[in-house]
Design a protein around this ligand. Structure first.
Ligand code: BTN
Length: 312
């Protein structure tokens, strides 16, 4: 209801009286007052003038869960603060297919290969999409490319470092962490975690050379809500194509924007590492590399591929 009050205030340029808000939303005047106070605690500056009512003076860049475009059948799980949306999605019970877990901040955001994902409040998009696709487990790595492509499309002008690091220039702006629960021949669920650095102004010393944000690249602040909705609408479109079996088209588009192809890559597996040339992406989303005239696929789960780009 708090967000309905917010929507109403946002839709009006003039003062709105408490009575009007209470009448339009069918709630008591004291409930309106409580919601206004809670919005103020969230960082909204709302002026209240006794004979006129309420008016928003300043709205922080908050994601309004009521405005997130959820696919039909799915549910939104929204957190002001949580450990990790991927974790929440994995432990939640009776989650409908195509649900979205979204947080304003994560205290233990996780990246691929056991890395951390920095998730300061109000700066980025931290969300996980919960899916129950009727596909064999081997196809899930192709699904992970679907997510990378959805983010790439939503951001525009970006490229993808295989499997799904989204780059602007030579720095990483977004990443995807896909996790699944499966049996030998059946997927129970897949959680596609997406992190985007949107309005991040600065990164710590470890990240500064390799990470960037939409703000740092474009010089303007972005609406995180719009970024969420753009990613979701691209994702549902590509995901439906994927489920209908049309991965060939997705693969073609992916290969066009994949910055890893036609480059030398260093494949690290444990202590060993070899340098080979990335030449193709398979129907299952694996990267095919060529070394001494021999081609072989590499799998994202087992190896760390470091393209010899500026970004590592
Ligand atoms: C990577 O590039 O290493 C993947 C980063 C994925 C980060 C997102 S943020 C939302 C979701 N929750 C997590 O803990 N991780 C993913």
């Amino acid at each position: 209801m708090k967000y309905k009050v917010l929507e109403l205030l946002e839709s009006s340029r003039e003062f709105l009286s408490g009575e009007e808000v209470s009448r339009k939303l069918g709630i008591s005047r004291s409930a309106v007052w409580k919601h206004i106070n809670s919005l103020k605690k969230m960082g909204y500056s709302i002026v209240s003038v006794p004979s006129k009512g309420y008016k928003i003076e300043y709205a922080p860049d908050k994601i309004n869960p009521e405005k997130v475009n959820i696919a039909s059948g799915g549910q939104l799980y929204f957190f002001e603060k949580t450990s990790s949306t991927n974790y929440e999605a994995k432990v939640a019970e009776n989650v409908p297919d195509r649900s979205v877990f979204l947080a304003e901040t994560q205290t233990e955001g996780r990246g691929r290969l056991g890395r951390k994902w920095s998730s300061p409040k109000g700066t980025g998009v931290f969300m996980s999409i919960y899916l129950k696709p009727n596909i064999p487990p081997a196809k899930v790595s192709a699904l992970t490319l679907v997510a990378g492509l959805a983010v790439q499309r939503a951001i525009g002008t970006s490229t993808i470092k295989w499997p799904n690091d989204v780059l602007l220039g030579s720095r990483k702006v977004a990443g995807v962490l896909t996790e699944m629960s499966a049996e030998i021949d059946r997927v129970n669920y897949v959680v596609v975690g997406i992190g985007v650095n949107v309005n991040t102004e600065t990164f710590n010393i470890d990240l500064i050379r390799k990470a960037t944000s939409l703000y740092l690249e474009t010089g303007k602040k972005w609406s995180r809500e719009a970024v969420v909705n753009n990613i979701l609408s691209e994702f549902w479109q590509i995901y439906d194509e994927f489920l209908s079996g049309d991965f060939a088209k997705i693969r073609r588009e992916y290969m066009r924007v994949c910055a890893t192809l036609r480059r030398e890559v260093c494949i690290k597996k444990g202590e060993e590492s070899i340098v080979a040339r990335a030449v193709d992406v398979t129907e299952n989303g694996e990267l095919v590399v060529e070394k001494d005239g021999k081609r072989f696929p590499v799998n994202s789960g087992e190896v760390s591929v470091r393209g010899l780009l500026g970004y590592v």
